[in-house]
Design a protein around this ligand. Sequence first.
Ligand code: SAH
Length: 421
Amino acid sequence: MTEILPALSQLPSPSTQRIALRITAPAERALKQGHPWIFDQSITEQSHKGAPGDLAVIFDDKRRFLGVGLYDPTSPIRVRVLQKIKPATIDNNWFHEKIKTADAIRAPLRKQETDGYRLIHGENDGLPGLVIDRYAETFVLKLYTPAWVPHLKDVCAALQQTQHFDHLILRLSRTLNKQADELHGLTDGMTLTASPDKGQTPEGLVLFKENGLTFECDPINGQKTGFFLDQRENRERVRDMSEGKSVLNVFSYTGGFSLYAADGGATEVVSVDFSTPATQATLRNIQHNQNKPNVKNAKFETLDQDAFEALMQMKAEKRQFDIVILDPPMFAQNQSQVETALAAYRRLTHLGLDVLKRGGILVQASCSSRVSTVEFFDAIHRSARETGRPLEEIERTGHALDHPITYKEGAYLKCLFATAP
Ligand code: SAH
């Protein structure tokens, strides 16, 4: 059992006073179809002004229960729905059931030499605005709304009842991190619970396994919760196609794709990322896998450089690869940025093909939920045609089982595997 630290025990408890709400007809339809958000503009009647984390009960015009969710007056996503159609008490038991269900879905991963995965994928696992990632014995809980703050004690207790871990680290989304008034002393990267014999924070970086490979992650300072768990299956695909190949991994972060490529028998692996801590972690991840003969034998190069500049420079140097992987950060934060994002994807396809050998494989991904699957794949194909190298698709891939999708905006990851003449 881990110890609950003061950060958690001093948090406020959920208010006992519920907010009663009525919503517009389209919002009611969306709710019934399983959409987990009620926007501020969809609320037509409200009993009283509430605080973040108050439970809001939504009724239809005949005063029948439609759903209950977490109220957040600081966000246009005013209510995140926890339970619909059938009333339920939102308490430790309710959280316990949700975590147990999510955990059962992930069971196949644990048989694949994998102890790094997403246990709770927010909305898609019925806990909107909350993510829990597992890295071996360290768990990371990330919040996207202050509405979770009063419920955090119950969530952590439920987590402890279903899972074994040494440390539970808190991460806050960029928006939430700025809402100091709502945080009640919580800070990004702090430890929420720790096993009494394990110290306050994990000792050094956390090591975990993904499909038999060892990776380190920094759950306190790393991007996201420390690792991009959502690319696990695409990395596995790259491993399967890398035998005897030269591989360029652009936007490589801590070298996920690079290690899989090497383990799959790639002879040469070049990783490009403009973040020096990320490329340094790549070098350490290579060291963590020296027990794998293929990794030991592969030739690695890491470049701390802007991706676009690196690709142009490689073209000028006439460097070419058998496989080029392009996995950039989110390009569109909102609808108005979609066109610019698509232009950037097209530019990347163009630059990627410039350094891809004839008959080589292009792997290009997008994690922008605003950019639709169709728009993204069309952009890549258009760009490839313009460069005179129309692509032949091998596969289009999406989400792994620990990143389930239950509503439209939940589908963000898309990836194309294709050969270029
Ligand atoms: N493929 C990675 C995840 C990529 S996340 C994995 O499998 O883990 C996106 C990465 O792009 C981040 O590491 C970020 O540092 C890097 N990045 C963002 N903009 C960049 C740019 N212009 N040039 C190079 N790297 C960039």
